[in-house]
Write a protein that binds this ligand. Structure first.
Ligand SMILES: [Zn+2]
Length: 136
């Protein structure tokens, strides 16, 4: 009886871990999708605000205010997009395959091509390209 109980407990624990992992992956997927939605929204937003400010508004103080305002909103969107990007998955070092999660400022100041970022690897101490890894 005792042995069976322990086995059941271990199985339950295993199932719990599998469920938890599944939930994390689902959450990552939602965050990743919302990040892309936000990127598309930002691009459309930027396009239309340039259109409105540049072509539809007459020159003057209000045009400057509108231009600064839409820039501010655009930057807020970008900050938020980066936040979403770094809270999902990890960045894999090209040199040693070590996976890191950079801090917000590290990611913010790094050069990037898409989601591949130029970061300093804490394991091999080299500044190199880190590819974004989503654990699917
Ligand atoms: Zn490395």
């Amino acid at each position: 009886m005792g042995v069976i109980n322990i086995e059941n407990k271990d199985k339950n624990k295993e199932q719990l871990l599998i469920d938890l992992e599944k939930k994390i992956k689902e959450k990552d997927k939602i965050i990743w999708t919302s990040m892309w939605v936000l990127i598309i929204i930002s691009a459309i937003y930027l396009f239309f605000s340039i259109l409105v400010v540049d072509f539809l508004m007459s020159e003057g103080v209000w045009q400057v205010v509108a231009a600064l305002g839409s820039c501010a909103v655009f930057f807020i969107l970008c900050f938020y997009i980066l936040k979403l990007e770094i809270c999902v998955g990890t960045y894999k070092c090209k040199n040693c395959n070590h996976e890191i999660v950079p801090s917000y400022s590290e990611a913010f100041w790094s050069i990037h091509i898409g989601t591949t970022r130029y970061l300093k690897c804490p394991k091999c101490n080299k500044k190199t390209w880190h590819k974004k890894i989503l654990h699917k």
